[in-house]
Design a protein around this ligand. Structure first.
Ligand code: XIL
Length: 392
């Protein structure tokens, strides 16, 4: 009897120990010795871990660029591509017809050059955060198509030339598609319309890309939009429009998927939609897809609540969703389709999702928390590349 109990206890211990050691040895990052804070000197690097797959980036703000701060150390270690969250938008850079304000983006470029980072310019043409002066004359009347085309060209030429050879990638146009089908009825579309008379109204987009390409022939030029991963209609609309533009010689190098997703987003739908967009490589084999503004809301779309309890089950689901997404993105990276994944921000406290689409909400969409501690999602992702290599 005693012997049986001993054997039983011994077996249970052995199984437990076996499970523990096999988990520990399978995972590159696990256990209690991992650094707690993202600014810890011993912290590993997200972009280095994913170097075989894609660049990993973040949207940042001028306050992140102060050398020696925790924020500066975190972004410099974790990411190798950057976008300014607001400071390169038309309302910041070109607030009135005769005023260009390059100060903050110049500092961003200085940071990037010093640290060998890839830089993205966001964005040249958008319906939002775009000053009204573009669309009206001094008397307050709407300008003609000719005037707006001239303003558009001058705007793009001045900005892209200023950063020629310094900003690697431009989101040339942002959110030009409607939520359902077709083009968004922005002032750009409404005023410029079918400028060349060929029957489509892609003209302001075509002019924007051609002008940007003339100003910096080496820059990568992206057409950026949201919900491309969830709405098949929108992905097909994008595909059709870009296909036509490519066939007409418009220099579009890639589509940017913003990827403001949720913990409940269907990743297989996203895979399907990316496959649709990847067919643009049949027209241009070098055509790429970038993930430009990734974050994962903890609230379902339509939910109006402002607080969510981070239960163990919820956090597990959140982490699993990030892993499922990154595994899918790595599949595309292996085919050369995706080479850049940029988060919209890098810590939960500074995320725009604390105020959108519901004011004063507390959201937790990123990999680093409000105290600048690594979240479990960070470690789950950090383990993926080595797990994948072991599985191969
Ligand atoms: C957001 C910024 O994060 C906010 O700080 C700002 O108040 C509004 O714009 N899609 C885009 C980004 O292309 O430019 C937006 O950024 C988020 C949605």
């Amino acid at each position: 009897m005693k012997m049986i109990r001993f054997v039983g206890v011994f077996t249970a211990c052995a199984i437990l120990l076996g499970t523990f050691t096999s988990c520990a040895s399978n995972l590159k990052y696990s256990g209690s010795a991992l650094p707690e804070y993202a600014y810890d000197e011993t912290a590993p690097s997200l972009y280095e871990e994913f170097a075989d797959y894609f660049n990993v980036g973040a949207a940042i703000n001028p306050s992140d660029l102060v050398e020696g701060t925790e924020q500066y150390n975190i972004i410099t270690k974790q990411f190798n591509v950057f976008t300014m969250e607001n400071d390169t938008k038309p309302d910041h850079v070109h607030p009135s017809e005769d005023t260009y304000n390059f100060t903050n983006t110049d500092k961003f470029v200085e940071y990037g050059e010093k640290n060998g980072k890839i830089l993205r310019g966001h964005t040249l043409v958008w319906h939002s955060q775009c000053p009204d002066w573009f669309f009206y004359d001094d008397e307050g009347n709407e300008v003609t198509a000719d005037v707006l085309v001239e303003r558009l060209k001058e705007h793009i030429t001045t900005i892209v030339s200023h950063y020629k050879g310094k900003i690697d990638t431009w989101d040339v146009v942002n959110e030009v598609l409607d939520d359902n089908f077709g083009l968004r009825l922005s002032n750009w579309l409404k005023i410029i319309g079918d400028y060349d008379g060929d029957g489509d109204k892609y003209d302001f987009i075509e002019i924007a890309f051609r002008t940007a390409h003339e100003a910096d022939p080496d820059a990568r030029l992206i057409i950026n939009d949201y919900s491309l991963e969830t709405s098949e209609n929108k992905a097909i609309t994008m595909y059709n429009m870009v296909k036509q533009m490519l066939e007409e010689g418009v220099p579009v190098d890639g589509v940017g998927l913003q990827m403001h997703i949720g913990y409940d987003t269907d990743i297989e739908q996203a895979r399907n939609n990316i496959e649709i967009l990847a067919k643009l490589r049949e027209v241009n084999p070098d055509f790429v897809i970038e993930i430009t503004e990734l974050d994962m809301s903890c609230y379902s779309w339509g939910d109006e609540s402002t607080e969510i309890e981070l239960t163990k089950e919820f956090v597990q689901q959140f982490d699993d969703k990030y892993c499922e997404l990154f595994n899918m993105l790595m599949d595309f990276a292996e085919q050369g389709i995706i080479d850049t994944v940029v988060f919209w921000g890098y810590n939960d406290g500074a995320s725009w999702l604390n105020g959108f689409p519901v004011a004063n909400r507390t959201n937790h969409p990123l990999l680093i928390d409000r105290d600048l501690k690594f979240k479990s999602a960070y470690w789950a992702l950090m383990n993926l590349p080595s797990q994948r290599q072991t599985a191969d």
